[in-house]
Design a protein around this ligand. Structure first.
Ligand code: SF4
Length: 409
């Protein structure tokens, strides 16, 4: 297939495809799907080998958010029966982080719901980072605290934070459909503030909110232009009690096409399968590892993932290996760019390297309009087609941070 030959050749050179080529990936048929995965897999192996970076989410503050992101179970007015709690103490957060690191995670993602941190919140996170790094100085820490004010990114950097996550989530053109309490430009500004302060930028998207193929391609190219070191790809988890509870637009095949498109546009960037992996890829999760080089271990912010051991078994069974604490994630040339920007996190190895991604304030939901996703051939109906709530697929988190029960890692 000429398209895939072209995309592979460009990806192996670290070049991005044209917008038309990216759209064509999303339009491939189920008959072509394994060829698409194989082509994206060649690009993935060129830059990241067979390594899988594991990241671990710690929800520092859950629910009670004043923002109205339609996809989010923690949003203003959410009726989702999620855990709600205020800031974990540094020791509690470090304890949760330790579980993830023991399970193989090299990055801990500290997430707090809310529009953005106060200066007092930055103090809390500073103490938490100190507690985590005291236990294991090598662990990467990514913060995800919402919109940043002036000088907060610099304070996080000084506290030892390595990366900052703030997802663009969807295209600029459709952003007003998913949130009204802040803008796409606000989100871009925060990613730029983080990058400018020398933090590795982690910014991604949510697919399955009813967006068009053009919207998906728009946001993925925007993330490339922003210089995101890692791109978390969330698949909308349609929580009961949120405005997008009935948005079941995704099939496993569609998810793989989206991941492949993201990989081709970001050949040498960490691509992470984030929230919704188990819900939407289901039994095809191992194929996703051929495209993405990073996943979350265990549970998400407000929903439960599969058992941490199942993640590790899946990686091994599919012929991949967990990336070690001392290994670089990003390829050398990308790490150099990150190092120039930050003087930190981002050094690299032969064809891989550094530091980079988050998944925080975002792996909880989705929305939109029009000519959405959907499978291209018979037999690929989305899981929730027919208006039924899929409480069997969406499990609210009841363990780990903020509870008395052991974390899943
Ligand atoms: S995504 Fe973040 S800012 Fe938006 S409602 Fe959820 S917690 Fe609040």
């Amino acid at each position: 297939m000429d398209l895939l030959d072209t995309l592979t050749a460009k990806g192996l050179r670290g070049e991005t495809p044209t917008r038309e080529e990216a759209l064509a990936v999303l339009a491939t048929t189920d008959d072509e799907l394994l060829d698409v995965v194989a082509a994206a897999g060649r690009v993935r192996r060129r830059w990241f080998g067979r390594r899988v970076k594991l990241n671990y989410l710690v929800n520092l503050k859950s629910g009670l958010c004043p923002e109205d992101c339609s996809y989010c179970s923690q949003r203003l007015g959410s009726k989702a029966e999620i855990l709600k709690y205020t800031w974990l103490k540094p020791g509690q957060a470090a304890e949760a982080a330790k579980a993830g690191v023991s399970g193989g995670a090299k990055r801990v993602c500290l997430v707090a719901s809310g529009r953005g941190p106060t200066d007092r919140d930055i103090d809390r996170v500073t103490d938490t980072v100190a507690a985590i790094k005291e236990a294991d100085p090598a662990v990467e820490v990514c913060a995800c605290l919402g919109l940043l004010s002036d000088n907060q990114a610099e304070r996080l950097k000084a506290a030892g934070v390595d990366a900052y996550n703030h997802n663009l989530n969807t295209s600029e053109g459709t952003y007003g459909d998913i949130a009204t309490t802040h803008t796409y430009a606000d989100r871009v500004d925060t990613v730029q503030k983080a990058h400018g302060a020398g933090l590795s930028a982690c910014s991604g998207l949510i697919a399955g909110m009813g967006e068009s193929d053009d919207d998906l391609v728009d946001v993925v190219f925007a993330l490339r232009e922003l210089g995101s070191d890692s791109v978390p790809v969330n698949f909308l988890i349609p929580f009961e009690g949120t405005p997008l509870a009935k948005e079941w637009n995704l099939t496993p095949q569609r998810c793989l096409r989206i991941l492949a498109m993201v990989r081709f546009v970001n050949p040498d960037t960490e691509v992470r399968i984030a929230g919704g992996r188990e819900v939407h890829l289901r039994s095809l999760q191992p194929l996703g590892l051929h495209i993405a080089n990073s996943i979350f271990l265990g549970d998400y912010l407000t929903s439960e993932g599969q058992a941490g051991q199942a993640d590790l078994d899946m990686i091994r069974d599919a012929g991949f290996e967990v990336e070690g604490m001392g290994e670089n994630t990003l390829p050398r040339h990308r790490a150099d760019v990150a190092a120039q920007a930050s003087g930190g996190c981002g050094t690299a190895a032969p064809a891989a390297g550094g530091c980079g991604s988050g998944g925080g304030c975002g792996p909880c939901g989705g929305h939109a309009h029009g000519d959405a996703a959907a499978g291209t051939e018979a037999g690929t109906e989305p899981a929730g087609a027919g208006d039924e709530a899929r409480t069997d697929l969406v499990r609210v988190r009841r363990r780990g941070a903020g509870t008395e029960l052991a974390p899943n890692a």
